[in-house]
Design a protein around this ligand. Sequence first.
Ligand SMILES: [Zn+2]
Length: 242
Amino acid sequence: MDGWSEVGDGVFVGRYREWDLTVGLVLGDTGCLVVDTRADRAQGAELASAVRAVTPLPWTVLLTHHHFDHCLGLPAFLPCPVWAHERCAAHLRAPGGDAAVPDHPLTGHAAVDLGGRRVRLHHPGPAHTDNDVLAHVPDAGVVFAGDLVEHVPGGSFSAESFEDVTHLAQWPAALDALLALAPRVVVPGHGDPVGPDFVASARDELAALIHLRRERDSGALTTDEAVARAPLPPPVAGAALR
Ligand SMILES: [Zn+2]
């Protein structure tokens, strides 16, 4: 990481070359929140040192969802309170999952008190996965979105975004829930922070894909025709419409 960028008062973003991952750090008066922990124990330990270069305050961890690149650095932070959606905990507990699991599972909303500042956690419904959690820092106008918001060269989504397309129909509503928080800055799980306009465009791209999928399912379009009309690069649209 080439150092933290401060995107709001006491709200930091760190970018890593590995997996192009973006992590977060929110400072309060008595504690700090670390958003995602990187892909393995060594990377987690490197992140923990980077946090300690900023603050000696005790940390709480939020895992935005169960994908390994966001989660498997967790052991480097333990013991500490770990928030995540209850289904994230279930995925991590599954055979082959990491032994370290969140001890503060949530299903809808929760708040983390950092002393003089509360970070609000929201599950906006199924979208990128069935266990996405947003971290909203209201006093700074910042939302950490995990992979609910992504950007890759040539589009807002990678083909991997649609690994599980069962949630595609609900994804635009989840982005509307994010926009309803009126963020000034939205921090994706990969890549640079964006503004609300970017999120609105991503929502519109998804809505267009959903429309094309419906047309294809009704027989009005072939899959190839739907992919050709999609507002996203063919490999990405193909993954979503497959
Ligand atoms: Zn992911």
